[in-house]
Design a protein around this ligand. Structure first.
Ligand code: SPV
Ligand code: MG
Length: 298
């Protein structure tokens, strides 16, 4: 990976490459770093995982500047691009403009906005009752974001919730096409069914438009689909949307239960990373070297 390439440019290249690419969920600085060390070329700043890590719901209970602070830590901790889950853009076109400005300032490579209404509800909750945004209004939001960005390579991805809300394939295609024409750098097509059928049907309809406007997917619910199916369908990028968070919860529940029940650390020490590994992930080595340079002892 070319570390001198701007993060926005790296993400744009992933979206446009002919290879199937992957974004790994992260929700704070350390999980972002772990995703990078695992080999991922990019990170999904998941709204669900960030809100869960803060102990709040995925309903815009965390304010947009609180999310911004989290994603700044993630960006500082890594050299690979981050695509932030920007929910609905936290308001109208004007809130979107400010969001794009601030994300660029903090080194975030792109934002994904979904065509729902603020405050949003997670796509796997009470889905049929979820209102969708007006198409024209959402297109205005995409355009406003594109007109605001200073860096041409900053990525604005438009997420279509039509399948989630049960509005059908034709509505999904109609919306995706409107968002493409409004200037979206990619479409995120979301589906909540356990088979990839809706996504594959969309890919077929979308056809050649993939070249100009690639398609990103989130196979959380159709997880059993072999990845090659996505590759062969011409999907650009797969988001593994929440798996660090879910594994972290499994691990945290297990370790706290054991320590609580046993009133001892005896049976956990060999199952968890060392404190030294935390120091390594925090890059204490760099500080140690800097202290030698800058902390002159008389
Ligand atoms: C997220 O990770 O917050 C997403 C994906 O938006 S989903 O939870 O599937 O809506
Ligand atoms: Mg989300």
């Amino acid at each position: 990976k070319n570390l001198t390439t701007k993060k926005s440019t790296q993400l744009r290249a992933m979206l446009q490459s002919n290879e199937l690419e992957f974004l790994m969920e992260a929700h704070n600085g350390i999980s972002a770093k772990i995703a990078e060390e695992a080999g991922f070329k990019g990170i999904w700043g998941s709204g669900l995982s960030i809100s869960a890590s803060l102990g709040v719901r995925d309903n815009n209970e965390a304010s947009w500047t609180q999310v911004l602070d989290v994603v700044e830590y993630m960006s500082d901790a890594t050299r690979i691009p981050i695509l932030l889950d920007g929910d609905t853009g936290y308001g109208n076109f004007n809130n979107m403009r400010r969001l794009v400005m601030k994300l660029e300032q903090r080194g975030v490579a792109g934002v994904c906005i979904e065509d729902k209404i603020f405050p949003k509800t997670n796509s796997f909750l009470r889905t049929e009752a979820q209102p969708l945004a007006d198409i024209e209004e959402f297109c205005g939001k995409i355009k406003a974001g594109q007109d605001t960005k200073l860096d041409d390579d900053f990525n604005i991805i438009a997420r279509v919730e039509a399948l989630i809300a049960g509005w059908g394939l034709q509505e999904a295609v109609k919306r995706a096409d409107a968002y493409r024409k409004a200037g979206a750098n990619a479409i995120l097509m979301h589906s909540k069914i356990s088979k990839p059928d809706e996504i594959l049907a969309f890919m077929k309809e979308w056809g050649e438009r993939s070249k100009e406007c690639p398609v990103v997917i989130v196979p959380t619910k159709y997880y059993a689909t072999p990845t090659n199916v996505f590759r062969e369908a011409g999907v650009s990028t797969v988001i593994w949307a929440n798996h660090q968070m879910r594994m972290a919860v499994t691990a945290m529940q297990n370790v706290t239960k054991t320590i609580f029940e046993e009133q001892s650390l005896m049976n956990v020490e060999d199952k968890i990373v060392s404190v030294a590994e935390l120091f390594r992930l925090q890059n204490d080595k760099e500080l140690e070297a800097a202290e030698k340079l800058y902390l002159t002892v008389a």
